[in-house]
Design a binder for this molecule. Structure first.
Ligand code: HEM
Length: 413
């Protein structure tokens, strides 16, 4: 029976390299009911075709009211937003149409690809400033000194958080990333502070609208309907929350992958030195596929019994789509375990799929491109300062990222 050889999931060993376990699941039990470390049972979906189908299936709700009794009791344990801080939790990733459609349309009017493109010089400048701070030292922890601050400052700038308040956000975001997604303890405090800050900021901006994204959210209207202050605060919060740790991990996992693949990295460095950015574009997509920031998509709950990959899923049961497994499916990708920065046929699920497809993808790509290009150009002999086996990964269920990434390089003065 296949179960005798089933891998153990969610251990430290698994966290450092989950891909062999996912390969087993994809082959032997592609839709499998699993007990998570929190004690909650959920279905893990690991094949590409099933994953895509599940992400677009309207019978799988994002609204936690649809989860079954068992998950309801355990929701605090697994980081499903509970009652505390509930106002901020009524955001895009926790709602279904028609509310989702209305709110997403409103935010899309303010958070346009054009706004992101116009933001590029600022991202370049922020990136340069962060590298300047450690370039002369010859060593750095790229997570704490680079991957972590870049997205937080970028999103704060974009939203219109004044410079003098941005370090508060850095602290709150730090508390959220350290303690994981659960709305408890340090996280609950950080979320509460962020909420009162955002509400006050929205209030101030309403009286003095500017050019920033929060002003854009206040201004955005749909058939004469505007976001309420609570909705605008929840929207600002999800932009911070969804856009922060994900981008940290794109820069962290991406740099780490390049450091461990010297031939691929040399190709990219040569292309950048020649002023050719086409390889950088495909490289970002490949890094998202090969070891992406979001290992498992956020929670979904069956609103009615349904069949997926031959398994019967009951009403109220949680479904977790394992993006990291789907994106290494040999049924969709040629040589899926090989990192090929020039890969062209690459419809990865790293940004999700369907109506919840990542709203911040253009910003994430801009930050990832800028960060990697500047790092590789300014610190061309960048190397890992620690044994890969000793690197620690964060243990969360949804995100995949390193705790630290110590590097050395010839000082750039
Ligand atoms: C949704 C990935 C960066 C904002 C998602 C989803 C994924 C994802 C997989 C869908 C989750 C699901 O369906 O369960 C990523 C990755 C990023 C990134 C890999 C970085 C490399 C950002 C940024 C922002 C952002 C920078 C905004 C500033 C959002 C929002 C949603 C979302 C608002 C919810 C959309 C909806 O429900 O309609 N992201 N994201 N993301 N992302 Fe991102």
């Amino acid at each position: 029976m296949t179960d005798a050889t089933a891998p153990t999931l969610f251990t430290w060993e698994f966290a450092s390299d989950p891909y062999p376990a996912y390969a087993w699941l994809r082959e032997h039990a592609p839709v499998r009911r699993t007990t998570l470390p929190s004690g909650v049972d959920a279905w893990l979906v690991t094949r590409y075709a099933d994953a895509r189908q599940a992400l677009a299936d309207a019978r799988l709700s994002k609204n936690p009211v649809h989860h079954s009794e068992q998950a309801a009791h355990a929701k605090g344990k697994v980081g499903i937003p509970g009652e505390r801080g509930a106002e901020l939790m009524t955001h895009l990733l926790n709602i279904d149409p028609p509310d989702h459609t209305r709110l997403r349309r409103l935010v899309s009017k303010a958070f346009t690809p054009r706004r992101t493109a116009a933001f590029e010089p600022r991202v370049q400048e922020l990136t340069r400033g962060l590298i300047d701070a450690f370039a002369a030292r010859g060593s750095a922890d790229l997570i704490h000194e680079f991957a972590f601050p870049l997205p937080i400052y970028a999103i704060c700038d974009l939203l219109g958080v004044p410079a003098e308040d941005q370090d508060d956000f850095r602290d709150w975001a730090g508390a959220m990333i350290r303690h994981g997604g659960g709305p408890r303890g340090g996280v609950a405090r950080a979320v509460k502070r962020m909420r009162s800050y955002l509400l006050e900021l929205i209030h101030r901006k309403r009286a003095d609208l500017g050019d920033d994204l929060i002003s854009g959210l206040i201004r955005a209207s749909d058939h004469g309907e505007h976001l309420t202050e609570n909705e605008a605060a929840a929207m600002a919060f999800i932009l911070l929350f969804a856009g922060f740790e994900t981008t940290v991990n794109l820069i962290g996992n991406g740099t780490y992958a390049l450091l461990r693949h010297p031939v691929q990295r040399a190709l990219l460095q040569d292309a950048l030195a020649a002023g050719d950015s086409a390889l950088l574009d495909t490289a970002i997509e490949e890094l998202l596929r090969w070891d992406g920031p979001v290992e498992i998509a956020t929670w979904r709950f069956a609103t009615e019994p349904l069949t997926l990959g031959g398994q019967r899923i009951g009403e109220g049961e949680p479904v977790l789509v394992v993006l990291a497994a789907a994106d290494r499916d040999p049924g969709r990708f040629a040589g899926p375990d090989t990192l090929d920065l020039a890969r062209r046929d690459n419809p990865h699920l790293g940004f999700g799929h369907g109506i919840h497809y990542c709203l911040g993808a253009p910003l994430a790509r801009l930050e990832g491109r800028t960060a990697l290009a500047q790092l590789l150009t300014r610190l061309p002999d960048l190397q890992l300062a620690q044994n890969p086996e000793d690197l620690r990964w964060r243990g969360g269920l949804i995100m995949r990222g390193l705790r630290t990434l110590p590097v050395t390089f010839s000082a750039d003065t």
